[in-house]
Design a protein around this ligand. Structure first.
Ligand SMILES: C[S@@+](CC[C@H](N)C(=O)[O-])C[C@H]1O[C@@H](n2cnc3c(N)ncnc32)[C@H](O)[C@@H]1O
Length: 503
């Protein structure tokens, strides 16, 4: 009997030490602390004591950056993907199938790790910034958390999981506002390490002075981190800013900002074009001559606009376009609103412009990349991936996860009332009810491909149910035999029983 107990303590200590090693590999704790904890576990007199010591190593602040962290705990339920047959659709069995996951992204990320650990090339996230204070955010996430702790506590464990999903040359972009950007940068430094900081892009989203008392804040930030900066090369991709056009089978970028860009502002108003007819008056003899030369060589082209003015335009081959990444991206927020309105949806505030996300993906990802957005909201990232694929024949796959948050304008939840509808409409050219009367359809062809929508379901681990209810084919597996299935579930789903304190 005594031998049995000693054997059991030894086994538990071994398991706990292995768990500490895993946390070390996942960068949740530091090496010096891991070593000390393992030593203390070894010296523990009872199983309980060993477990309590191991719990001390649940989280550890590495940069001295203080906030109220949520701890991971084990619960009694396994979380798994369950296909939502009503919202999923197949148009072409040979085409790509993208994914939309409904629910808390913490559970979604744990489940995604089963199939996609180290395989995701680009992550774009746009977490909720909150309004006047981050307490606003508490309503959808942690009931009792307050202020900025809330955002950081929520993001921290999710970033740890996101990092594990990224491939060795992967990149993560995070949109964030002026108020929170410094704190969120600190959090990213902690999880991704400062040496993997690529830079912070500035997204200019508004023009004009607005009602600002002091500084006009017409921009957000996009923190950019690599999984491993020595493996990452953003400039390997061509930037495709703006829509491309096909001429004789080749892709060109059409740029009608050319006079302003090359010769400076027109009359102090940034957004007005300089038309050819007004060139002499505003730019003088020399500039007109220079433009005329370029028009002769074909470097520039004149095109009539709807008012009859000649617009000076430049077409640049996509393959020749500069592959530098500039730190300021100017795409106004209202474009995001218009993108969604064109699809017949007006019930989601502040969607990001499709072009913003496609620009980021355009320079960060290969054409067959896997792209993840786990604060997907209205599904902008999905549309951006589909548009890029349609422009350059790419086979990028998107995975979106977002909470089915109920708001005043989305009584059935965001996923039902916005995200799935948006994707269905742009992918098939039809609403779920078969109607086609939205503006986007008049100017665009359906973007194609198939969509799998998954809900997050729960099941108790101490029964046969996990083996019958979990569908391995939703995790990229062929159907498994009974024995293999049991082994596969046991090996992979324990991590999904993790949950966060205070939920
Ligand atoms: C700022 S919005 C993202 C908007 C998105 N970029 C777009 O263009 O539509 C953040 C979204 O994340 C969702 N969200 C917040 N907390 C979440 C969580 N823990 N898990 C999943 N989604 C969450 C919110 O419901 C909201 O729709």
């Amino acid at each position: 009997m005594k031998n049995n107990i000693t054997g059991e303590i030894k086994k538990v200590k071994g398991d706990l030490a292995a768990e500490i090693d895993k946390r070390l590999a996942d960068k949740i704790i530091e090496k010096t602390n891991a070593d000390l904890l393992k030593k203390l576990i070894e010296q523990a007199e009872t199983i309980n004591e060993a477990i309590m010591i191991a719990e001390l190593g649940t989280t550890y602040k590495r940069t001295g950056f203080h906030f109220d962290k949520r701890l991971e705990k084990m619960t009694d339920t396994i979380k798994y993907f369950k296909k939502n047959e009503k919202l999923s659709f197949v148009q072409d069995k040979n085409a790509l199938t993208h994914k939309l996951i409904t629910g808390d992204n913490y559970d979604a990320l744990l489940n995604l790790l089963i199939q996609y650990r180290g395989r995701v090339d680009v992550i774009y996230i746009d977490p909720p910034y909150g309004k006047d204070n981050m307490g606003e955010f508490a309503k959808t996430n942690y009931e009792n958390a307050i202020t900025r702790d809330n955002l950081l506590s929520m993001l921290y464990p999710r970033l740890v999981l996101a990092r594990q999903l990224l491939s060795d040359n992967g990149v993560i972009f995070c949109s964030i506002d002026d108020k929170n950007q410094a704190y969120v940068k600190g959090l990213f430094d902690e999880v991704f390490e400062e040496s993997n900081f690529v830079g912070t892009l500035i997204h200019q989203r508004a023009k004009g002075g607005g009602q600002a008392k002091h500084i006009v804040k017409g921009h957000d930030y996009i923190h950019t981190f690599a999984k491993n900066i020595s493996n990452m090369d953003l400039s390997r991709q061509k930037i495709i800013q703006g829509k491309t056009v096909e001429i004789n089978g080749e892709q060109f970028i059409r740029n009608d900002d050319i006079v302003r860009k090359v010769f400076g502002k027109y009359d102090g108003n940034e957004d007005r074009r300089c038309f050819y007819e007004q060139l002499l008056e505003y730019k003088g003899e020399d500039k007109k001559k220079e433009i005329d030369e370029k028009l002769k060589t074909g470097e520039l082209v004149l095109e009539k606009n709807k008012d009859g003015f000649s617009v000076i335009v430049k077409y640049e081959r996509v393959d020749d376009a500069k592959s530098k990444v500039y730190s300021i991206i100017k795409i106004l927020s209202e474009i995001g609103k218009n993108d969604l309105e064109a699809i017949g949806l007006t019930n989601f505030d502040y969607p990001k412009p499709v072009e913003l996300v496609s620009t980021l993906i355009g320079f960060a990802a290969e054409k067959d990349a896997i792209i993840l957005d786990f604060f997907a909201g209205s599904g902008t990232t999905g549309q951006a991936v589909l548009e890029l694929n349609n422009q350059d024949g790419g086979k990028r796959q998107f995975i979106l996860a977002t909470a089915n948050e109920i708001t005043d304008t989305t009584p059935n939840g965001i996923v039902n009332d916005v995200t799935s509808k948006r994707l269905k409409r742009v992918m098939t050219g039809e609403c779920y009810d078969g109607t086609k009367d939205f503006k986007w359809n008049e100017e665009n062809k359906p973007l194609g491909d198939n969509l799998d929508v998954y809900d997050i379901a729960t099941v108790a681990p101490y029964s046969d149910e996990p083996f019958t209810q979990i569908d391995e084919t939703l995790y990229g597996k062929e159907k498994l035999g009974v024995k293999e299935k049991i082994q596969w579930v046991c090996e992979n789903f324990e991590s999904t029983t993790k949950t966060l304190e205070d939920k």
